[in-house]
Design a protein around this ligand. Structure first.
Ligand code: GTB
Length: 212
């Protein structure tokens, strides 16, 4: 039986691929694992059936046999640990790739989410004009450090890994702000991720749902 993931029945981004089911779809596509998708409305996400899968009433979730998971990072790690293609065989390299997964969601994504919140959800607040430059600077600090780590390599640590999948996904949320283009090596890194056939299949699958 293929695993089943959940996704928005209509993503607020209209199919730009920014909702987190894209990360899970991408991981499944990278390892060649077929999957099914159950679409859920915002209302259904807060109802008992979905809350039994996801304590915070969100997407994505992942069901496979009697296993039910929530949290994109843990789902991607689960997929990467059980299938070849997203984590290196060497134990140390594997541990480093997992560190990059955590760095993506725990160190790089938080200031990016602050920026998204400031630009979109709080754009009408009187203090946003004053706050936005501070938030932008925090994002730039992280991007500068990340660009230094990447150097002129294609991926963060050797071959493409689940760490890159998560990092590229996190950086994609910056595109609309324009700040990613201030770091050409990171913009090129994101473009390399998007050019992967598995990413393209994942993107098209979510786009088909959100533009139907
Ligand atoms: N930490 C959790 C994880 O990584 O899985 C966070 C999950 C999460 O934020 N889920 C969001 C959700 O279900 C969808 S992805 N939100 C509904 C709710 O909380 O009620 C976040 C997201 C939403 C929309 C866009 N967009 O429109 O651009 C982008 C990203």
């Amino acid at each position: 039986m293929p695993p089943t993931i959940t996704a928005f029945d209509r993503s607020p981004d209209g199919g730009k691929g920014l909702a987190r089911d894209t990360r899970v779809r991408w991981a499944l596509e990278e390892v060649g694992r077929p999957y099914e998708v159950r679409l859920v409305s915002f209302q259904a996400m807060k109802e008992p059936a979905h809350l039994a899968l996801h304590p915070f009433g969100q997407i994505p979730t992942y069901e496979e046999g009697d296993l039910a998971l929530f949290e994109t990072g843990s789902i991607v790690l689960h997929i990467a640990e059980r299938h070849a293609g997203l984590l290196p065989d060497d134990a140390n390299a594997r541990a480093r790739a997992i560190s990059w997964m955590f760095a993506a969601v725990n160190t790089v994504e938080p200031p990016i989410l602050e920026l998204v919140t400031a630009r979109i959800l709080e754009s009408d607040k009187p203090w946003t004009k004053e706050r936005l430059p501070l938030v932008m600077d925090r994002v730039r600090d992280r991007l500068k450090q990340l660009a230094a780590c990447l150097g002129d390599a294609d991926w963060l640590d050797g071959a493409f890994s689940a760490g890159d999948l998560m990092m590229v996904s996190v950086l994609l949320r910056l595109r609309a702000s324009g700040v990613l283009d201030e770091y050409p090596s990171l913009a090129a890194y994101v473009a390399r991720g998007e050019a992967r056939p598995a990413y393209k299949r994942a993107f098209e699958a979510q786009r088909a749902v959100n533009t139907r």
